[in-house]
Design a protein around this ligand. Structure first.
Ligand code: KIV
Length: 326
């Protein structure tokens, strides 16, 4: 019975909560090509990011939504972990990002915080947590820091949210802007479409970027815009731009973790490189497990717990005695 198992000393071998960073990889073939895991390194802050930007070093950013993934991404040395509202689509199975709530974002942000020791952590402000009222926006931004241990927040929009960005930044909360393809405006954009392809739209995006910088953003995500426009905006700013579908002329790159791992059920966008096919690996593993259980190949003796012979003999004696009495 599981309860009895949990109380045996053997049960402690199930999970080891200690850091396994120095342990050899469980599956050496899964090691990435030449990538070096960061064992112990300095905590990344806004100051570190600004310094990297000034040195012209690319800044890496990835999303994560839970403890194990945050731990691995952190160990890989990624500079910024974004608890993105893409959570709604890639983890919670919604068609867009609109329905994820503040409480759901905080729940996942807390898990990420527990997994990440070193990366700079950004909480993505979900739809309607900042649009209606600047005071409410400051309070919600504060919740990401106070209740989930994030170091900064990100929000979508340009000039329209500049006042809100200023208010949050004045509260001492680093803010990352996000312009171009803004998924929370999917209905206003008429779908997930590349932005800034006309002279007028490009000019508006430049104005948005300048307004966000003036309002106090420490960085701006440029999503789904032509590469030369992204490079131009980057050259006009004095804060780092982080591109996603914005070409190479930006200060850093961000991608959705599930896209790069092959875990996304949505069609992978053209800009999202895939670095692993964990979807296939997980499906294969689950299929093999199912077959092993079905054909009684699992569990084997090595997966079972033992009991001292004398205890078993006593158990049988008492129970056989009971049976005889019955
Ligand atoms: O929610 C998210 O994952 C994002 C990134 C795509 C920038 O906003």
């Amino acid at each position: 019975m599981p309860k009895t198992l949990d109380s045996t000393p053997d049960a402690i071998d199930r999970v080891s909560p200690v850091a396994e960073i120095d342990a050899p990889p469980a599956h050496p073939a899964g090691a990435s090509s030449g990538a070096t895991a960061v064992a112990r390194a300095e905590k990344i802050t806004v100051v570190t990011i600004a310094a990297k930007y000034r040195r012209g070093e690319p800044i890496s950013m990835l999303t994560a939504y839970d403890y194990p993934m945050a731990r691995l991404v952190d160990q890989a040395g990624v500079d910024i972990i974004l608890v993105g509202d893409s959570l709604a689509m890639v983890v919670l199975g919604h068609a867009d990002t609109l329905s994820v709530t503040m409480d759901e974002m905080l729940h996942h942000a807390r898990a990420v915080r527990r997994g990440a020791e070193r990366a700079f952590l950004v909480g993505d402000m979900p739809f309607m947590s900042y649009q209606a009222d600047a005071h409410e926006a400051v309070r919600n931004a504060g919740r990401f820091l106070q209740e989930a241990g994030m170091a900064a927040v990100k929000l979508e929009g340009g000039r329209a949210v500049a006042r809100t960005v200023r208010a949050i930044a004045r509260a001492g909360i680093p803010v990352q802007g996000h312009i171009g393809l803004a998924p929370q405006s999917v209905h206003a954009m008429g779908g997930f479409k590349v932005q800034g392809r006309t002279q007028l739209a490009a000019t508006r995006l430049l104005d948005d970027a300048l307004a966000l910088e003036a309002a106090g953003c420490f960085s701006i995500v440029l999503e789904g815009i032509p590469d030369r426009l992204a490079a131009y905006i980057t050259a006009r700013l004095h804060i780092p731009t982080i591109g996603i579908g914005a070409g190479a002329g930006v200060s850093g790159q961000v991608l959705v973790l599930h896209d790069i791992l092959g875990l996304s059920s949505r069609q992978r966008p053209r800009f999202a490189a895939q670095y692993a096919d964990l979807g296939a690996a997980i499906r294969d593993a689950a299929t093999t497990y199912h077959d092993d259980v079905t054909h009684r190949r699992f569990p084997t003796h090595s997966h079972a717990y033992s009991m001292p012979d004398e205890e078993w003999a006593e158990f049988c004696r008492l129970n056989d005695g009971d049976r005889m009495k019955g």
